[in-house]
Write a protein that binds this ligand. Sequence first.
Ligand code: PHE
Length: 336
Amino acid sequence: MLDKINDIKKEIQNFSIENEEELEAFRLEFLSRNGKVQSMFGLMKDVPNEQKAEMGKSMNEVKNLAQQTFDDAKIAIQKNDKKEFGALDDITLPVEPTYSGSFHPLTQALNEIKQIFLRLGFSIADGPELEDDFHNFTALNFPPDHPARDMQDTFFVRKSDDKDVDDLVLRTHTSPVQIRLMKEQEPPVRSIMPGRVFRNEAVTAKSYFQFNQVEGLYVNEKVTMGELIETLVMFARLMYGSDVKYRVRPSYFPFTEPSMEMDVWWENEKGGQWLEILGAGMVDPNVFQSVGVDPEKYTGFAFGMGVDRIAMLRYGIDDIRLLYDNDIRFLQQFKS
Ligand code: PHE
């Protein structure tokens, strides 16, 4: 009897199951109602009582072996099939996390600013990042060798000794786009100029050698300082909320006269503080002259703001360098 059991055991072990057909053949041979395992148990009635326990144990082992062999082979075959067809192992398993992209916080802040000025009737203008001295400085009423040029730590790309060859600079502000616009287009002009600008500043949590600006220009007959302030207040309300606290202060820029700056009140743990958000002013008549716009006929206002500062305030970012590191762990926090 024991031999018989061992024979079945060997048969099970030697049975090759490579595919569905062989799996089914195995099932019929061993596990079906008329299969060898079942008929083996049928022999139990001939076993003397004192051996029943031992034989039962051996038979159960064989039965478990058959079942286990069947189950393992079934899984292996299914896996193989799936590999062949590229199917999923189990569609109910949780998927590997994948990260969808999102807009950079600077892009998000810039988009908001653009939306606001589009609503206020401004179009969007663009210009080169590599500028000549004329557009970046001279046309904007920075006299040659005047200390006003030191206000902006300039990256010079080409310094020329030849009077007829202009210096080349990485633009230090987007104001040169105003010059290009006015040269191309008769007033009225009402545009904003977003873009990247460069200054040779030490890299710290608060300053960087590049940042993003949005400047604005409105030129028409009878444009007033009142309209400038009204426009800026509307911007501040739309950007920071209708209850924003703001103030305007006199300031100085070579290209505007009079010039001003605008601050907003920023609440923080320590109470709050005034933060400068933009510079502005009435376009200096010298600027109009350099681009051939008649300052007797037209007036205009201009303003400029840093997008980085706005994004940092909006999202509570305390280090400007984070905006340029492209660290995915940082960027993933700004899903819109
Ligand atoms: N161009 C100035 C700057 O970069 C900002 C500004 C623009 C100020 C227009 C007044 C008017 O600092």
